[in-house]
Design a protein. Structure first.
Length: 202
């Protein structure tokens, strides 16, 4: 499997940032993403930051410790199906590509919500992990469900970022909580509730 040269974009420095900052980098190793939409990197950055801010508010409302004042980092990789299939096989023992994979640096919500955050030197960011999206799977799902590829991309980015923050959908109660937050975040961007489509995420 060949991996194309990646192009990386960082969130602009002049953006107004909340007290708790998420710096997002986007790596494009399938050039067709940029042909589909030249603004896809900026869309992913804005969506990831919206998801992060909403998750922090959810932590605060639940009176959980959170990452207030922290500088966090996440990476979104816009890949092809072969790239994701290789990762899916290597790390999950699953054949073929899936729509999105999340590799969290902090695996448990208890870690992310403040109970077990590492004691980092001043100025060192907290790395949350990586979100990898398969373009081919995304396009097929969007077509099958009759939704736009951009809105489906937004959903997968939100889903992946929430996984990096410790959310999961293994238990029904956890799935309900995660899906509810996803729906609320996407609604702020004018995206309809995606869970009526019944698409499975990783």
């Amino acid at each position: 499997m060949s991996i194309q040269t990646a192009r990386k974009i960082m969130a602009p420095d002049n953006l107004t940032k909340p007290q708790t900052v998420l710096d997002v980098s986007v790596v494009v190793n399938e050039p067709q993403w940029l042909i589909d939409d030249p603004a896809i990197e900026e869309i992913c950055i804005a969506t990831a930051q919206r998801a992060f801010e909403a998750a922090q508010k959810a932590f605060e409302q639940a009176r959980r410790p959170n990452m207030s004042g922290s500088v966090c980092e996440a990476c979104i990789v816009l890949a092809d199906d072969d790239f994701v299939a290789d990762l899916n096989n290597r790390y999950r023992d699953q054949q073929g590509p899936t729509n999105v994979l999340s590799f969290a640096a902090l695996d448990e919500l208890d870690e992310v919500d403040g109970a077990g955050l590492p004691d980092l030197p001043d100025g060192m960011p907290l790395v949350l992990g990586d979100v990898i999206i398969a373009r081919g799977v995304l396009h097929r799902e969007a077509k099958d469900q009759g939704i736009s590829t951009i809105n489906h991309t937004r959903h997968l980015v939100v889903h992946g970022i929430l996984h990096l923050l410790g959310y999961d959908h293994i238990e029904d109660s956890d799935a309900t909580r995660m899906e509810s937050l996803e729906t609320d975040i996407l609604a702020t961007m004018g995206v309809d509730n995606p869970h009526y489509n019944g698409l499975d995420k990783e």
